[in-house]
Design a protein around this ligand. Structure first.
Ligand SMILES: *[C@@H]1O[C@H](CO)[C@@H](O)[C@H](O)[C@H]1NC(C)=O
Ligand SMILES: *[C@@H]1O[C@H](CO)[C@@H](O)[C@H](O)[C@H]1NC(C)=O
Ligand SMILES: *[C@@H]1O[C@H](CO)[C@@H](O)[C@H](O)[C@H]1NC(C)=O
Ligand SMILES: *[C@@H]1O[C@H](CO)[C@@H](O)[C@H](O)[C@H]1NC(C)=O
Ligand SMILES: *[C@@H]1O[C@H](CO)[C@@H](O)[C@H](O)[C@H]1NC(C)=O
Length: 314
């Protein structure tokens, strides 16, 4: 291993730097560190997540700049830590989380480019406030480029964080879903856009509309979705007691909480996801969507440097 590689590994991995600080012999310890890291004792309560409120966390995000200052957005959907462990891996491969998102019409950011401000969440897992892992957008039926349309025209989207800190490692995925206006309107949120964003996402899973004004903490659904050769069975349960039912302190509350409706109705949709069908072996996995769009900019460059001049000549 070159010293440069080691340098980058150290940058990326707190576990590795810890171990090296303690001068463990390098070569024979490698697999053990990796193993230890991979199995860092996940413990999942029956409800599928640790309640952030019970350990100094919050179900509202932190945003760098709001008016008035200090408003947050509701974390209103959770993928339970009791889900299939493959679904809890942040990957498009092997039936992972991003393939699950694709199964109900949501894709990663347009051409892999991050847009929009970062928001931080404290899930009460001992990690404190952390910026979102990523932003996922409704893809308008186009898994590869649809999230570009969402970025410009607005639509449903969510940020997400993983509850995996040392004081509460459930592996659950916490999502702040909201329906935003077009970029020309500064991506504000539509009226009732947090509750509706959550329920339209659930409606995309169940393929039937969720009556937002009628959901309660005893509402449940069950439905299956498929993508890339994997089928997911999702059991959905709305729970109260995590999010407040309020208009206070919620970002854009002046325009979102209208008509006697609070910006957040106090309900969180908890998704328990099981893989019921998959390719016979991981290596046979069929991937219709490129697992990353990182190579698109080079392709565009290639196109503009080779094809366009040819077109101009003809
Ligand atoms: C989140 O990212 C921003 C840059 O986009 C950075 O300034 C900020 O410190 C980060 N916040 C946390 C909690 O890591
Ligand atoms: C699916 O999502 C779109 C975009 O958010 C929404 O317009 C539509 O109503 C959703 N479908 C259902 C059945 O909820
Ligand atoms: C919501 O509930 C009310 C009565 O409680 C009912 O009249 C109405 O049809 C329901 N709406 C939907 C969309 O289910
Ligand atoms: C809206 O939130 C307030 C607390 O901020 C609460 O007193 C009120 O009952 C809520 N309204 C509805 C319709 O849930
Ligand atoms: C929005 O929240 C702020 C607190 O951040 C509160 O002072 C204000 O009254 C709320 N606005 C509305 C319209 O509910």
């Amino acid at each position: 291993m070159s010293s440069m590689t080691l340098f980058f590994l150290l940058l990326c991995s707190p576990t590795l730097s810890f171990a090296l600080d303690h001068q463990l012999p390098q070569h024979e310890s490698w697999p053990r560190w990796l193993w230890r890291r991979a199995s860092s004792s996940r413990n999942v309560p029956p409800e599928g997540y640790h309640n952030p409120l019970q350990n100094g966390g919050s179900m509202l995000t932190q945003i760098p700049m709001t008016f008035p200052i200090g408003q947050g957005e509701p974390i209103n959907t959770i993928v339970s830590g009791n889900s299939d462990t493959r679904v809890l891996v942040d990957s498009e491969a092997d039936g992972g989380l991003r393939n699950f998102f694709l199964s109900f019409g949501f894709s990663g950011e347009c051409l892999g480019q991050h847009s929009g401000s970062d928001q931080a969440a404290n899930l009460g897992d001992g990690n404190g406030y952390k910026n979102e892992t990523s932003v996922i957008r409704w893809n308008y039926g186009d898994p590869q480029l649809g999230s570009c349309k969402e970025t410009v025209e607005g639509g449903n989207h969510f940020r997400y964080w993983v509850q995996d800190g040392p004081q509460g490692n459930s592996g659950a995925i916490f999502m702040a879903v909201s329906y935003e206006l077009p970029i020309a309107l500064q991506h504000d949120i539509i009226p009732n856009g947090y509750n509706l964003g959550r329920d339209w996402l659930i409606g995309n899973i169940t393929r039937s509309s969720v009556p937002t004004l009628n959901v309660t903490d005893s509402t449940t659904y069950s439905s299956s979705t498929s993508f890339g050769g994997y089928t997911y069975q999702t059991d959905i349960k709305y729970v109260s007691g995590l999010l407040p039912d309020t208009n206070d302190g919620i970002n854009h509350n002046i325009t979102v909480g209208v008509g006697g409706i609070n910006s957040t109705d106090g309900l969180v949709a908890v998704l328990d996801v099981k893989i019921t069908e998959g390719p016979p072996s991981a290596s046979a996995a069929w991937r219709p969507v490129p697992s990353q769009s990182w190579y698109l900019p080079p392709l565009i460059l290639l196109f503009s440097s080779t094809v366009l001049p040819l077109l101009a000549l003809s």
